[in-house]
Design a protein around this ligand. Sequence first.
Ligand SMILES: [Zn+2]
Length: 136
Amino acid sequence: MFKATRLYSILFNKCPCCHKGSFFIDGNPYRLKHFDKIHSHCSYCQEDFVREVGFYYGAMYVSYGLSVGIGIGLFLILVVWAGLNVLPFLICYSLLILFLSPWVFRKSRLVWINLFVRFNPDYIGTEEKMRIKKNN
Ligand SMILES: [Zn+2]
């Protein structure tokens, strides 16, 4: 569906270049011992995931944006739509952000590297190329 788009890499934790190799060592973000560990290179195309020291500092901006977006969405649902007071909203938001922080951390890194690494269609097979061409 999203194959060959940046969204595919972000949603399925795949290499931004080939969409084949895994980006993170452990697929589960809630195994807290390994939730932040990434492979140094893609196992399929050898794309460098650790591009330079401090490369992922920029992912903090993405993380901030995601967290604010989640907060705005939750505010619209709980306060504007459901009519809750601000205090229950803040408690719910704090708990939700705490629960989602490993997931937000991972998606932020994937969004960040996808800003700099483009998908290379040479890494997909001809059948997939034909399917993508047909869908577009
Ligand atoms: Zn790759």
